[in-house]
Design a protein around this ligand. Structure first.
Ligand code: NCD
Length: 304
């Protein structure tokens, strides 16, 4: 039985098979409409979510399965002091697979150790967000036709953004990928990531101004400043509008650059950009459903 804690739990070959399956689901949805008849997905969300939870639920329903769960720690027994280890033992009696989001780094991993069903990390604090990374990789592969040989700019909150940490970890396994980290000084990518890149001789640059690097990018991954992970409101207010991508800045970019964003967006992408053919973030959300369908099928298959 397999769990998903990090995108690195799958080899690049396994990821290719997962993405092939996701693309098949995209083009032949009817073929999969009863693939999970009789199966139940539990969504245990101890932190707010719109896309991740609902795309998991949509994925399971589109596969013919059913869903149960909670979307708020306050409405679960966590509010009475129950541990995730105990909760997952109980959920294992009620469901066949579980997606868990938790504010504490490592909580889904602790759950997986006691679980009788596959556990999917749906985001653990500022640490990892593997299913967003699968979504990002599927989007890039589907729209660019490859997962190698490009320059990707990651912009915004590179310190607290778990989607950024997971995505960098996944992309370093592909050849010829260069990184440009665009952030204010206070929100730079953590040292453990830059150390890893140096160790592996992977080219990267750290800059503050987005305009300066825009013409060099094949992909631009925008992120929200992670308000909930700040220790004081003042710092958040000072940094929240540091980057605003608008039509004028996009003029500097290549004609085939893609703009990605895990969403939710606050102010960092102006709505005028939504009409630009390079804006791929709403398509990305759609790919998130296909890839979660493929993931549910793959993990349930691993229980046989
Ligand atoms: C992201 C997250 O939860 O980390 N959202 C998502 O799942 N698509 C990004 C964010 O909240 O900024």
């Amino acid at each position: 039985m397999r769990h998903l804690m990090s995108p690195l739990d799958f080899t690049p070959e396994e990821l290719d098979r997962l993405f092939d399956l996701a693309n098949d689901i995209e083009h032949n949805p009817a073929k999969y409409a009863h693939a999970c008849d009789g199966k139940i997905l539990a969504t245990c969300f101890y932190e707010p979510s719109t896309r991740t939870r609902l795309s998991f639920e949509s994925a399971m329903i589109r596969l013919g399965g059913r869903v149960l769960g909670f979307s708020d720690a306050a409405s679960s027994s966590a509010s009475k002091g129950e541990s995730v280890s105990d909760t997952i033992r109980i959920i294992s009696c009620y469901a066949d697979i579980c997606a868990m989001r938790h504010p504490k780094e490592g909580a889904p991993m602790v759950a997986s150790e006691k679980s009788h069903i596959p556990v999917i990390n749906a985001g653990d604090g500022g640490h990892q967000h593997p299913t967003q990374t699968l979504t990002d990789l599927l989007t890039i592969r589907s729209l660019k036709g490859r997962l190698h040989s490009f320059t990707i700019g990651l912009c915004g909150d590179l310190k607290f953004g778990r989607t950024v940490h997971s995505l960098i970890g996944a992309l370093i396994r592909y050849a010829n990928v260069q990184f440009v980290f665009i952030s204010p000084e206070e929100l730079r990518v953590p040292d453990y990531i830059t150390e890893l890149l140096r160790e592996k001789n992977i080219p990267f640059r750290e800059v503050i101004r987005l305009e300066e690097v825009m013409p060099d990018l094949d992909l631009l991954y925008m992120t929200r400043v992670q308000k909930e992970r700040f220790f004081n409101e003042e710092d958040y207010v000072r940094l929240k509008d540091f980057y605003i991508l608008n039509a004028a800045k996009l003029e500097l970019a290549r004609k085939d650059m893609l703009v990605l964003h895990p969403l939710p967006r606050v102010n960092e992408i102006s709505v005028e950009v939504d009409e630009d053919p390079r804006a791929a973030y709403f398509k990305q959300a759609q790919y998130g459903v296909y890839v979660r369908m493929a993931l549910i099928l793959t993990l349930l298959e691993s229980c046989r």
